[in-house]
Design a binder for this molecule. Structure first.
Ligand SMILES: [Zn+2]
Length: 239
């Protein structure tokens, strides 16, 4: 389990939560690849919020120390500590890393939880991150849509992946579906929910009780999935 934490200086970092049967109290442990919170048995992760808030200055200091160390070791090569960013992919927070290279490509390290974007011009890396998201979202949405469309027996027309600021998806009267290019930042089940939501709009245009009933039939956990989007929307962006 991971907790996103927004620090007073606007930086976001993720704290990994580890359960421990031996621990008696909440505790924070720091290392080169991040900060972990130790959760004693019988305590709940949501109780950690206050504890983490009370340790904010320590977290900030420690995080800066390890950022500098990572840089020295070449893990963060040219990225200054203040530029360390989090990028979500399929619901998992990764550290976004940008390195200058002759060719443009991206690699994902699931062990280190780092996505590295190799770019020719570091100043324009955002454009590549967007393009990368667009490709991921296009691949995943077209893949999931076929199965879900068949299951719900709903016919749609064209599918577009768009750079839209404020919506995860939309549909038109011509039965065209649009999805936000950042949608692949969300877990698969949440992506499925967004697809179901738009497909159901093809038969029920407004957010009526009938609409939500149909969504609930297709995705019994839709409330949880909707909440995930609400909770994460301010963390999922390219900046
Ligand atoms: Zn809707």
């Amino acid at each position: 389990m991971e907790l996103p934490v927004v620090l007073a200086n606007g930086k976001t970092l993720t704290i990994e939560v580890k359960k421990s049967s031996r621990a008696k109290h909440f505790r924070l442990v720091a290392g080169i690849y991040g900060i972990k919170a130790i959760l004693p048995a019988g305590r709940e992760a949501k109780e950690l919020h206050d504890f983490i808030a009370s340790k904010e200055s320590w977290i900030l200091k420690t995080w800066e120390y390890y950022s500098r160390l990572r840089q020295k070791m070449g893990c963060d090569s040219e990225e200054p500590a203040s530029r360390t960013k989090t990028i979500y992919y399929l619901g998992i927070p990764y550290t976004l890393q940008v390195v200058k290279d002759r060719q443009q490509f991206a690699t994902i390290s699931d062990n280190l939880k780092v996505i590295t974007f190799h770019v020719q011009d570091r100043r324009k890396y955002r454009r590549f991150v967007k393009e990368w998201y667009r490709q991921q979202t296009e691949r995943i949405v077209s893949d999931r849509l076929v199965g879900i469309g068949n299951r719900l027996k709903l016919q749609y027309n064209r599918v577009s992946i768009k750079d839209q600021k404020s919506r995860w998806a939309s549909c038109s009267k011509k039965r065209n579906l649009n999805f936000n290019l950042l949608l692949s930042a969300a877990p698969l089940q949440v992506i499925d929910y967004v697809i179901i939501h738009e497909l159901v709009h093809l038969v029920e245009f407004s957010h009526s009780d009938r609409f939500w009933h149909a969504v609930g039939q297709a995705d019994p956990d839709y409330l949880e999935h909707r909440n995930w989007l609400k909770k994460h929307e301010y963390l999922i962006r390219i900046d």
